[in-house]
Design a protein. Structure first.
Length: 425
């Protein structure tokens, strides 16, 4: 071996060893810093959860069943992909307070009285319909089923299906209904319970009619294409971009990254004036209602539409806990804009719906005006169990009329296939 080659080999080895030493020290420092951040955040979370002063009058976390419910709720949070709908619950979960059936719907406790005919009611909405912070027999569909069973008596068996899903907007619910109708499932009555998610999506993007967090779905699509080795793009360049993408995503999982990003100037949601956002949301909502009305005429069901109450613009007498939530809303740029839209929107919507669905649209925005009842569990607007009967009271007259009409025409309540969601790909 020539002296020059030997010197080159020794220098190269020394450089490589130094490089790996630097990388190793950098990784060790990163691991140490990340461990410190995680320990600090864990201690803070534990202290907040144990601090008596963290809870005030009306705090729903004082319920004895809340901890067990939260564990079950978190166990059902991992979603599955559902064609056309984006996502939904994984099927076949059995808990004490939450049960998910084989179709991915939350189970609604109801009578199983044998009958030759069935009064079938589909109930669509977001997490407030699904029953966030509510045990299975205290959800809106459960309360509705109890009342309908009393109304139907021995004439028909009542089947109430909870199609609610966290984050869904009105348009997603219509797509879900279309899939049910396409597969031969025929409801007698369909209830849509909306408002919070539709307004949030409008403020989020400055455009009405999009699902919530559409930017995440777009990013997930781009990421999937970048990592897909079966795509049209091949070669070293794509592999390098894929590795860079994986490294970037790995870094974003660090608590250190969260700390660094928290010191960047906040990126506010796309600005849109409250009046413009409200009018756009109303146009989109009314357009969706016209679509449902056409489906109802073709498939023979009666739709009922409910615009839900919200903490953002509620005129109820807020308890101490709800006052804290309201202050949080008013400090947050995104939610304060949502609040402004909710305050402007109801009269515009009432006017638009007068001729579209007379007698079947219920504006429950002011439902709890002046009430002292504990209604809201968080600043997003989820409801307490004690508020549910009052919410059902708001749309019960319209629902009762629709149900009585179906019961008076037995041919419309004959047995049909149970409602299911499409299988995931």
């Amino acid at each position: 071996m020539s002296p020059s080659f030997r010197s080159f080999a020794v220098a190269s080895w020394a450089a490589l060893r130094s490089f790996w030493l630097i990388i190793g020290l950098w990784l060790a420092m990163l691991l140490a810093i990340e461990t410190c951040f995680r320990l600090k955040n864990d201690v803070i979370d534990r202290r907040v959860g144990q601090r008596p002063s963290a809870r005030v009058a009306g705090d729903p976390r004082a319920a004895p069943w809340e901890a067990d419910f939260t564990r079950e709720f978190n166990a059902t949070r991992p979603n599955r992909w559902i064609p056309y709908l984006y996502f939904g619950r994984r099927p076949n979960y059995q808990g004490r307070y939450i049960q998910i059936d084989s179709a991915g719907h939350r189970v609604t406790p109801q009578s199983s009285t044998p009958s030759a005919s069935v009064l079938r009611v589909f109930m669509f909405g977001g997490s407030t319909m699904w029953g966030d912070a509510q045990r299975g027999d205290h959800t809106i569909p459960a309360e509705t089923a109890r009342r309908l069973n009393q109304l139907a008596g021995p004439r028909a068996r009542v089947e109430v299906t909870n199609f609610g899903e966290v984050g869904y907007v009105f348009t997603q619910e219509i797509v879900d209904l279309l899939l049910q109708l396409r597969n031969g499932h025929r409801p007698n009555v369909v209830v849509f319970y909306d408002g919070l998610n539709d307004v949030a999506a409008t403020v989020q993007y400055g455009v009405a009619g999009l699902p919530q967090n559409e930017a995440k779905r777009s990013a997930e699509f781009d990421m999937g294409r970048a990592l897909d080795r079966t795509g049209f793009a091949r070669g070293f360049g794509k592999d390098a971009r894929a590795l860079g993408l994986l490294f970037g995503q790995s870094m974003r999982q660090l608590e250190l990254s969260d700390w660094v990003l928290s010191h960047k100037p906040a990126q506010t949601a796309a600005y849109v004036a409250a009046d413009s956002a409200a009018r756009a949301t109303v146009r989109n909502y009314a357009g969706n209602v016209e679509l449902v009305e056409a489906l109802a005429a073709r498939y023979g069901f009666t739709p009922v539409y409910v615009w839900q109450p919200s903490l953002h613009a509620s005129e109820k007498q807020l308890n101490a806990y709800e006052q804290r939530l309201r202050r949080r809303i008013e400090r947050d740029p995104y939610h304060s804009r949502i609040q402004q839209v909710h305050r402007v929107l109801p009269p515009l919507l009432d006017s638009a719906m007068t001729d579209v669905a007379p007698g079947r649209f219920v504006d429950a925005a002011s439902l709890f005006r002046g009430d002292t009842l504990a209604v809201y569990t968080d600043w997003l607007g989820h409801n307490t169990e004690v508020a549910v009967p009052h919410i059902v009271d708001a749309f019960w007259p319209a629902l009762e009329r629709a149900a009585r009409g179906a019961l008076e025409h037995p041919a419309a309540t004959q047995t049909a296939p149970a409602a299911r969601r499409p299988a995931s790909n």
